[in-house]
Design a protein. Structure first.
Length: 252
């Protein structure tokens, strides 16, 4: 996969995208990432990329010309790739694991990182997607783009050491991931559940499935409404709801 990023602060990406699994993926050639300072494409003699909004208002807006020129340069550099151009925007659709999985099947992603108060509205006509990482505002789109790149790139073949890890991550199944443990079996009175130590893989899988449902019910119950459960999972969920109701009755 090829990823291009347009940013006024390209140095922000050096550390996060040069370390850990993403850095190794780039090093091994599974992933190619280029970060461009789009100020270099400004046709203003002062290389300015922002201006005051028509009609007044607080702050400055990114101008359309530098973004357009920078995107055109990417097209000229990689004319054969099919590009998905993503505008980092608090008003965009929420970024989810499903969207990360969708992005991971693309050939070429381009992230446009805004700054200042906002965008000239015409920039939106240059992109294919407008995406937000949450209902809050950052000083720029760089941190959001890094999060999306990390979430997407780790799903690419050969990037994770264990290819089954991504499939069982929280949100990949629609549910939160079940609790996990490692050695020692007991630490300061806290023990690893016996079922995980008995070697019975059928019981372990059943425990993992039920605990995944339990964690989702307790922490993110709204996810259950958007997830299709098997008949076995429905039965487990009914048992968990009864347990939860019983706990409430005992407390009251």
């Amino acid at each position: 996969m090829k990823i291009d990023v347009l940013s006024l602060f390209p140095n922000m990406f050096a550390g996060p995208l040069g370390e850990s699994m993403i850095g190794k993926a780039v090093e091994k050639g599974f992933l190619e990432i280029d970060v461009t300072d789009f100020r270099a494409y400004s046709d203003d003699k002062h290389h300015s990329v922002d201006d005051y909004p028509y009609g007044g208002g607080a702050g400055m807006l990114l101008k359309v010309q530098p973004i357009d020129a920078a995107l055109e340069a990417i097209r000229e550099k990689s004319p054969a790739t099919k590009k998905r151009i993503i505008l980092m925007d608090p008003a965009g659709v929420p970024f989810t694991q499903k969207l990360a999985e969708e992005f991971a099947h693309e050939e070429h992603l381009v992230f446009v990182c805004g700054h200042y108060e906002g965008y000239d509205e015409r920039i939106r006509s240059l992109v294919t997607d407008e995406v937000s990482i949450g209902d809050f505002v950052l000083t720029g789109g760089e941190l959001g783009a890094m999060a999306m790149i990390d979430a997407t790139a780790r799903l690419l073949p050969n990037v994770l050491g264990n290819e089954t890890s991504a499939a069982t991550d929280s949100f990949s199944t629609g549910l939160l991931e079940y609790p996990q443990y490692t050695r020692p079996a007991e630490y300061k009175g806290m023990e690893v559940p016996e079922v995980l130590r008995n070697g019975n893989h059928k019981l372990i899988l059943e425990w993992q499935e039920k605990e995944s449902l339990r964690r989702t019910l307790l922490r993110r119950p709204e996810l259950l409404c958007a997830t299709t459960l098997s008949s076995t999972q429905e039965k487990m969920l009914a048992e968990l709801k009864e347990e939860k109701a019983e706990d409430l009755r005992e407390k009251n």
